[in-house]
Design a protein around this ligand. Structure first.
Ligand code: UDP
Length: 238
């Protein structure tokens, strides 16, 4: 594996990326993500992972069906803990050492998120799974990823998606959509490019946190993004 450019990062894996036609979690995709994370950690990057929950519950969807939004969001946050538990097992099986933590206390299930504990796990070579979102409704796991990256002194957020970077328009709908290799936070705002939701992006911009957007479709894509070798878009302060 090529030498990583970053010493410590948060990898954001969307819940939807784990779905791949399965009803909740596609086992093969889960194993691929775990293998990739373990290889990247062994190559020298300290890693925290924020997993989404969109493959199981999204607050907005649930609330459209009649439940209050905070209840739907709580269900969504619990879904992120479920995904974190699955990824914890997959990472341990892949030869790494993982610790699931939840921002919502559930001591029978996993450790409660605590900044210094999470940092200690990372220093000791463990991959930390940061479940339970921010523990507050009306936020997303993109916001959680940027927040944890700022808190845990990370150098970047790696946003694993289904596309190989940021485009001027949806590349699935517009064949003329332009792909960017590099952007500033200000460019993304000026051109209304959807890198992350507005809250997450505002936090990243204010804290000059770089965001690397890449596709996790291929095995090895997390390592490639970390070493700057794969196709990705870097959104940085300048
Ligand atoms: N969520 C929340 N607060 C948070 C993080 C997540 O309420 O701090 C809820 C929200 O309902 C969200 C769901 O958890 O829709 C799953 O997260 P997200 O939609 O970000 O997952 P992804 O799209 O990455 O799968």
């Amino acid at each position: 594996m090529p030498k990583p450019k970053y010493a410590r990062v948060i990898v954001k894996v969307s819940g939807e990326a784990l779905l791949k036609g399965a009803s909740t979690i596609d086992q093969k995709t889960l194993e691929q993500v775990a293998d990739d994370l373990v290889a990247s950690q062994k190559a020298g990057t300290s890693i925290g992972v924020v997993v989404g929950g969109g493959n199981i519950f999204r607050g907005v969807t649930v609330s459209k069906q009649g439940l209050p939004r905070p209840t739907g969001d709580t269900m969504g946050m619990l879904a992120t803990v479920m995904n974190s538990l699955a990824l914890e097992v997959a990472i341990n099986r892949a030869g790494g050492e993982a610790r699931a933590m939840s921002a919502i206390a559930m001591p029978q299930v996993c450790e409660t998120y605590d900044r210094s504990r999470a940092e200690r796990h990372m220093e000791q070579g463990r991959i930390v799974l940061l479940g339970g979102g921010t523990a507050n409704p009306f936020f997303t796991t993109d916001t959680t990823a940027v927040l944890r990256a700022c808190e845990l002194s990370c150098e970047a957020v790696l946003k694993a998606t289904n596309v190989d970077g940021v485009y001027s328009a949806d590349p699935k709908k517009d064949p003329k959509a332009k792909r960017y290799d590099r952007l500033t936070h200000a460019d993304a705002i000026a051109n209304d490019l959807k890198v992350m939701d507005a809250t997450a992006f505002a936090l990243a911009r204010e804290n000059r946190m770089p965001i690397i957007v890449f596709s996790m479709a291929e095995p090895g894509s997390i390592g490639a993004a970390l070493s700057g070798k794969g196709r990705s878009t870097l959104v940085a302060a300048e």
